[in-house]
Design a protein around this ligand. Sequence first.
Ligand SMILES: Cc1cc2nc3c(=O)[nH]c(=O)nc-3n(C[C@H](O)[C@H](O)[C@H](O)COP(=O)(O)OP(=O)(O)OC[C@H]3O[C@@H](n4cnc5c(N)ncnc54)[C@H](O)[C@@H]3O)c2cc1C
Ligand code: FES
Length: 273
Amino acid sequence: MKNQYEPIQTEIVKIEELSPINKLFTLRIKNEQTQNAFKFRHGQFFILSVPGFGEAPFGFCSSPTIKETFQVSVDKRGSLTTKLFEFKVGADIGIRGPYGNGFDRKKIKNRNLVLVAGGCGLSPLRTIIQDANLHPENFQNIQIFYGCRNSELLAFKKDYTDWSKNIEINLTVDTPDKKWKNNVGVVTNLLTLEKIKSDSVAILVGPPIMYKFVIQKLVELGLSDEDIYVSLERRMHCGIGICQHCALVGGKYVCTDGPLFSYAEIKDTPEGI
Ligand SMILES: Cc1cc2nc3c(=O)[nH]c(=O)nc-3n(C[C@H](O)[C@H](O)[C@H](O)COP(=O)(O)OP(=O)(O)OC[C@H]3O[C@@H](n4cnc5c(N)ncnc54)[C@H](O)[C@@H]3O)c2cc1C
Ligand code: FES
């Protein structure tokens, strides 16, 4: 029987420092046949492991249509990510997955798409953004609303010029520096009647406190509960619905039923949001 926890040997082929606490890793599965068979959808995640330093879940952050490699943006937090930050190009890591429900493209076909991100939440949304930028013919209007504590922490800054050819980008920071000429304040302030079409589909990725206020605003602006999606982050171990670490009250698992849930699906789940 195949060991479902067995990691796939993967090589780091590129490392970019995006902010003082964040690095973008480009990864390639070493076995060509396994690489060719490895497919993921928007919103899915994988478990990354380093022997002796454990494993943790990370969202894909590059377009699923790029076949040879994929990317992950990592914030330096504890033992695993600190070890990862020491690695150089050519180092080996393990991965398993892809896991999670991911986002069904049919749900956004011919719809206006509102992507709301806070902090490192822009990272999993980058799969959709990059895909839309590479294949604009497959997408309708896309708007990004992205907020961070300060401009230094804004993720993927180098990509914005390219993205803005096909996508509307709205940025805001809590604490502006002298060079900042853009919006100041919480991301909720950017969501206005003039900006948001009531028949949009929204996907939210960020800290839980952001969800509460953004959902309230989007509902006020006319979006239905079924058209608001949130990505839940929970402590995960197995990633495949066995260990109970990510179980929500009511029997759903964030690792297998999520991490993306519609607001309609979890609004009545205690501690869901
Ligand atoms: C579906 C999913 C996707 C993720 N995608 C990314 C990603 O793309 N990039 C990224 O940088 N991180 C991502 N994370 C978070 C990442 O898995 C954790 O930060 C991981 O624990 C880091 O491992 P570590 O050993 O470095 O830190 P740890 O030693 O595990 O933790 C360091 C600190 O962070 C806290 N912490 C860690 N995870 C959580 C959590 N889920 N909720 C609350 N506090 C927590 C710990 O309590 C501790 O204080 C994702 C998590 C999930 C569930
Ligand atoms: S992480 Fe083990 S059940 Fe979800």
